[in-house]
Design a protein around this ligand. Structure first.
Ligand SMILES: Nc1ncnc2c1ncn2[C@@H]1O[C@H](COP(=O)(O)OP(=O)(O)OP(=O)(O)O)[C@@H](O)[C@H]1O
Ligand SMILES: [Mg+2]
Length: 241
């Protein structure tokens, strides 16, 4: 569960990247955060994950405030950032063990999770290579594996499907579904409408820092008939594909 209440972020005192944003993401759902480039998706995600401070408002993860109790709040989620280019000098296995240490995953459990995840993502043979030798998609996969290794209830994924081949994308989507069906929360951003259409229980459309609409895709399509700015946004995103 993620509760975002009246959150605002301004960069350099001028750019209002996120403007009085309210969102409740429930347990058991895959929630898509949709919007064009520069809409404020990553900024919102950086505030949810405690990377960027909020100017105003409150964000709670499973009821724990990221502002007041950041360390405890951070234990609630696994986070996949929009760029997987990090820890390049580590081998895949070293990175996974590092994440296991950070989140205090017991050794035997860790071994089992690494095995299951690398099999599922077809990464077993790459674990002993340095991440800098990985392709973009392989880097994406190792970051996802590291992020969910401690089995957090909330998954927060910023454009997780970018750069994944169809098979890997399929596996990730399957895992997102399973995770939500087990009563957990999956929150991810995308600017690809088609992905959201097939995967999400609910979506929010953000543009220029403001939520234009939040609901199921059917509801959005219904609502579009009376709201031309929503319709324009929708068309723009369709064209992007
Ligand atoms: N560190 C920063 N300093 C100043 N302005 C920023 C910074 N990060 C983002 N912005 C601005 O905030 C706005 C929202 O950017 P953000 O990265 O949140 O968009 P986004 O929806 O994630 O876009 P994309 O689809 O391209 O990833 C943009 O106008 C951007 O220029
Ligand atoms: Mg972004």
């Amino acid at each position: 569960m993620i509760e975002i209440s009246n959150v605002t972020k301004t960069y350099n005192g001028t750019t209002k990247a996120v403007d009085s944003l309210n969102l409740d993401i429930r347990n058991g759902e895959i929630f898509g955060f949709l919007g064009p480039n520069g809409a404020g998706k990553t900024t919102t995600i950086k505030m949810i994950t405690g990377i960027t401070e909020l100017d105003q408002g409150e964000i709670k993860l499973n009821g724990i405030s990221i502002v007041k109790d950041p360390l405890k709040a951070k234990k609630q989620f696994g986070f996949v950032p929009d760029s997987p280019d990090m820890f390049l000098r580590l081998k895949g296995i070293e990175y996974l063990n590092f994440m296991g240490d950070m989140y205090e995953v017991p050794k035997d459990l860790r071994k089992e999770r690494i095995e299951v995840l690398s099999k599922r993502f077809d990464m077993s043979d790459a674990l002993n290579d340095k991440i800098q030798t990985y392709s973009h998609g392989m880097r994406q996969k190792i970051v996802i594996m590291g992020a969910i290794m401690h089995d957090p209830s909330i998954w927060i994924l910023d454009e997780p499907l970018t750069g994944l081949d169809p098979k890997s994308a399929h596996i990730l989507k399957e895992m997102m579904r399973e995770h939500a069906d087990n009563g957990n929360t999956v929150f991810f951003s995308t600017h690809v409408l088609e992905v959201a259409e097939k995967l999400c229980d609910r979506v929010a459309i953000i543009n220029k820092g403001k939520i234009l609409f939040c609901g199921t895709l059917e509801e959005i399509k219904e609502h579009m008939k009376e709201n031309s700015s929503l319709e324009n946004m929708f068309l723009e995103m369709t064209e992007n594909e």
